[in-house]
Design a protein around this ligand. Structure first.
Ligand code: HEM
Length: 331
């Protein structure tokens, strides 16, 4: 039998505090001590739900590299969730400062940098012939249907900046509703069949599941998005260079670097002379994915006219040159 515990001043202090805590909500300390007695130790595997996590990879073919494809999409969605977690905290802060916005933005930027750098898992990490086979079993599912990606955009900027670039300026002065802007959101063009103007099945299914939720989110973030939080700052804080740098970096990470890395990867798998391979979402992806075509810019006020005109161009040119070389070597 273990000896009786000596209740010294430290233990007594904790017991008093616990008793106070439970009494405040009409509970008995003794009941909770009993609970502790029977409670099992925490384990790593239960805490992070490891078994569940590792059971979520369910390929639809028996082609080995399909599992890589699934897992990397899941990893990406977790990073998207981390980003949304930061934007939710920003939204909840009604007295933001340049320092608080900068800290949160640094986190989101780190997540997107991790994603851009790790995209090689897709770009180089799968056997192209295996990919071209298993992708046929995935039609019409596409990363295009990633709702978290769309939610991040709406957390980062005013919705008007996500309207198709041909409609953006004419709508800007009209105080449009979220429903009106949703009609012309840039990504619809990316999932519309150019010849007929019809929506692809990928888009129809996505809208059926998420349109209402996206519009609700857009309404909520009308006053809570990052740009609106920035406008709450004093003039001096708005000029804080560290904050401006992080906002500009976010614009590049989400609207240039990640999309270009993704585009580069699509070329590796789908580009083939004389006809490119059809994408699973059925889009004209070559005319849609490169960032220079959409000119998505979260913070147009933070860029010069020239920078906006040449949105990501020098880097785009470098990447396209690399892409061209790769294609030439595969002909
Ligand atoms: C071999 C790897 C990949 C290829 C070949 C590929 C290909 C494509 C293509 C062709 C599109 C245009 C829509 C369509 O027709 O389907 C697209 C869109 C998209 N994909 Fe991927 N993708 C790959 C990996 C990923 C990964 C890992 C993610 C992470 C979630 C992702 C997320 C997206 C998103 C968010 C869009 C919409 C982009 C936008 O609207 O600008 N893709 N993808």
């Amino acid at each position: 039998m273990p000896k009786d515990v000596q209740v010294g001043p430290e233990i007594q202090d904790r017991l008093n505090k616990l008793a106070e805590k439970y009494q405040a909500s009409g509970q008995e300390l003794l009941d909770f001590l009993d609970g502790l007695l029977y409670q099992d130790y925490n384990t790593y595997w239960d805490y992070i739900h490891l078994d569940t996590l590792l059971s979520l990879q369910t390929p639809v073919t028996d082609i080995p590299d399909e599992e890589i494809f699934i897992m990397y999409h899941q990893i990406t969605e977790l990073y998207f969730k981390l980003s949304l977690h930061e934007f939710e905290q920003l939204a909840a802060d009604d007295k933001p400062s340049a320092a608080s916005l900068t800290t949160k933005l640094e986190r989101v930027n780190r997540y997107f940098e991790a994603l851009t750098h790790s995209f090689g898992v897709m770009e180089q990490g799968m056997d192209r012939q295996q990919f071209l086979k298993f992708r046929m079993s995935l039609i019409p599912a596409s990363g295009f249907q990633s709702v978290q990606y769309r939610l991040i955009e709406l957390c980062a900027t005013d919705m008007i900046n996500l309207v198709d670039k041909d409609m953006r300026d004419s709508m800007r002065g009209q105080e449009p509703s979220e429903e009106a802007m949703f009609e012309y959101i840039y990504w619809k063009k990316g999932a519309t069949i150019a010849d007929s103007g019809h929506k692809t099945l990928t888009l129809k299914q996505f809208e059926k599941k998420y349109a209402d939720m996206i519009v609700r989110h857009a309404k909520r973030f009308r006053s809570l998005n990052l740009w609106q939080k920035y406008l709450l700052l004093s003039e001096e804080e708005q000029n804080d260079q560290a904050l401006i740098d992080q906002m500009r970096l976010l614009d590049l990470n989400v609207n240039v670097y990640w999309p270009l890395q993704h585009y580069k990867t699509s070329v590796v798998y789908l580009a083939r002379r004389p006809m490119d391979v059809r994408a699973t979402g059925g889009t004209n992806w070559q005319k849609y994915l490169p960032p220079r075509f959409q000119k998505r810019i979260f913070y147009p006020q933070l860029w010069t006219t020239q920078e906006k005109e040449e949105w990501g161009k020098s880097w785009v040119n470098e990447v396209l040159e690399e892409v061209r070389k790769n294609m030439a070597s595969r002909q």
